[in-house]
Design a protein around this ligand. Sequence first.
Ligand code: ZN
Length: 113
Amino acid sequence: MSSSSINSSPTCKCGIEDLVKISLTSDNPYRRFYGCCNYPTNNCNYFRWIDPPLNMEKKVEYLKNMNEVLETKNQALEKKNQLLEKQLEKKVEAYEILIAEKLEMEKKLRMCE
Ligand SMILES: [Zn+2]
């Protein structure tokens, strides 16, 4: 056996080859790496980057896009929240009216006794 070639596909200690995964962390968005598909259920922590580190520009671009998505979601949730608060207010008002009517009826009933 000769010395291992640099070009051979990596193999973790589980013996699985070509474990290409894609990072979705904000530090390394869409950066490909090799990793064990059994991780973290076994003790194999095989890990090696395929793509070079992202430059700052790309990271900033990714985070800006994420921020826009989150802002849109936040706006939608705020609108929904306002609607629900209005609905709740109306229900509380209706409930208070019912309570007042009930008290009024009880008073009248006592007067008839
Ligand atoms: Zn493994």
